[in-house]
Design a protein around this ligand. Sequence first.
Ligand code: SAM
Length: 242
Amino acid sequence: MSFKSRVEDILRHCPPLFRFTSRLYHRLHGSFRTLSPGAPGAIRKGFELVRARDGAVHGDYYEFGLFRGYTFLQAWNHCRELGLDEVNFHGFDSFEGLPPAEGIDQADGRFFEGQFACSREEVERNLAGNGVDLDKINLVQGYYEDSLTETLRTQHAFKPAAVVLLDCDYYSSTVTALKWLEPYIQPGTVLLFDDWFSYGDSDELGQQKAFQEYLERHPQYRAEDLWEFENHGKGFVLHAAS
Ligand SMILES: C[S@@+](CC[C@H](N)C(=O)[O-])C[C@H]1O[C@@H](n2cnc3c(N)ncnc32)[C@H](O)[C@@H]1O
């Protein structure tokens, strides 16, 4: 466990102090970077896997949880480097940080309302300033519970999902994202859960619970384990259940 994780574990015993120090930490470390060092590499491996299997990538990239936009930028860069010019990029975020923690998402207090807030303007500045053509990406603003609607499906050309990064921390956000994604998920979709091990290796909390419930609702799929990635991520590829 890293020094930072050990300090966080101690601070979480006093939620107000934890929230204060977390906000201060992100203010002082305002640089444009990811919170998950392994996520950019996992995104690249996901696209490489789809391309090696199909000879091309016909689907889109979906990211739930952008914070400052770093992983989204890396997805864009990887596709440019790999020559995957047909991929469309969809990013979903409140741009106000996490909604209030409710139910099991209150767990040990590691996630809280407003955490990871970054305005849409700042995210767009970060992306455009690093070479992303804003006319070629689709950012959907709002809390998922409000923004992931049937109407949204008619407002953009959403293709099947090639690679999905679920970096939205909460069980509830992951459930909402996976439900909305249902028509776009298919055998071969790579699903990257950035918060898979946030609560250790327990399927009673967080993203592990959300994905287990998803698979129970969709017996037509089975999930093949791909790789784990830093800090607490894990990737899967879906197959048709035989
Ligand atoms: C850990 S950050 C994402 C980090 C980013 N992928 C990176 O590494 O560069 C989590 C993000 O999820 C977003 N988020 C989580 N739940 C959400 C919800 N229900 N609606 C909208 N945004 C949500 C937060 O606003 C926050 O920006």
